[in-house]
Design a binder for this molecule. Structure first.
Ligand code: ADP
Ligand code: MG
Length: 278
């Protein structure tokens, strides 16, 4: 892994990015707060409950796994957390901002400023160099060309791809592609990283590398929320929230968190069987 360098987007660039959405923002340690949140899909003939009265707080700097069987509401939750969709009832506060009240323009600005997305299928532009892929969110945020290029290179170094900045994603392994996607997610210094099954298309060794990278970002202060159905992946996180039928059925601190550089396939990350709830 290359040396970690700290950097930040200069103030004048942030100003060009539009600054914070002009809504009252409450100073808080809670990055995510869901209050009586419900999502119902209206399919015409029937209404399908996606999320049923969710109350949940995630603090700045937490590393959280969202688990549950297919259809339990994980993607619905991620779409709401990622400001891609809005709840039908209840409130979602992101970094003190009441998301439920925003219009589409405000939502897309919030997405650009506050959230870095990592997807199962990487969602990179395949015949475009890694560095350009990482620059993309900064282009949308009107970061000047030179600043965004330098920052993209630094981000690729940070995820261990300093030697591959000009490689195309289709010349890279799955693990390397996901590293590019993580560098891209970090581009606008979002306070929240959302990863939906980020290891779903990776082999075991690459999955461990990617989770170790998230663990490192978490140690550096990032808030990371990962959806997974694999216990071995959730084992890297410090808190595991389980969903069933659109409800939270358990929310526990992972007291045996798997630390990076652990021996592959070890089972030391087994969740603590306590009733400690948040
Ligand atoms: P998961 O990601 O855990 O598999 P989802 O959030 O996709 O679960 O789905 C939760 C519930 O909402 C399921 O019953 C699913 O069928 C339903 N659902 C999800 N998306 C839609 C949609 N666009 N229209 C109708 N029902 C949906
Ligand atoms: Mg899903």
């Amino acid at each position: 892994m290359t040396e970690i360098r700290k950097f930040s987007i200069p103030g004048f660039v942030k100003k060009r990015m539009g600054g914070p959405v002009s809504l009252p923002e409450v100073e808080t340690d809670d990055l995510i707060r869901l209050v009586n949140l419900c999502k119902v899909y209206d399919t015409g003939a029937i209404k399908v409950v996606g999320l049923n009265n969710i109350n949940l707080t995630i603090k700045k700097g937490e590393f959280v796994a969202i688990m549950g069987q297919s259809g339990s509401g994980k993607s619905t939750l991620m779409n709401i957390l990622g400001c891609l969709d809005r709840p039908v009832l209840g409130h979602y506060y992101l970094d003190g901002i009441d998301i439920s009240s925003l219009n589409q323009d405000q939502l897309s600005r919030i997405r650009n400023q506050k959230i870095g997305f990592v997807f199962q299928s990487f969602n990179l532009i395949s015949r475009t160099p890694a560095v350009k892929n990482v620059e993309l969110p900064m282009t949308y945020a009107h970061v000047p060309k030179k600043v965004r290029h330098e920052r993209a290179i630094e981000l690729l170094e940070r995820v261990g791809l300093g030697q591959r900045t000009e490689h195309m994603p289709n010349e890279m392994s799955g693990g390397q592609r996901q590293r590019v996607a993580i560098a891209r997610a970090l581009a606008n210094e979002p306070p929240l990283i959302l990863a939906d099954e980020p290891t779903g298309n990776l082999d075991t060794a690459s999955s461990i590398e990617i989770m170790e990278l998230f663990a490192k970002l978490h140690e550096e202060g990032a808030t990371v929320v990962v959806v997974t159905h694999e216990e071995e992946i959730a084992a890297f996180t410090e808190r595991i929230i389980r969903f069933r039928d659109g409800r939270i059925v358990s929310d526990r601190r992972n007291l045996k968190q798997r630390i990076p550089d652990a021996v592959p396939h070890s089972r030391e990350g087994k969740e603590e069987e306590t009733e400690e709830c948040f």
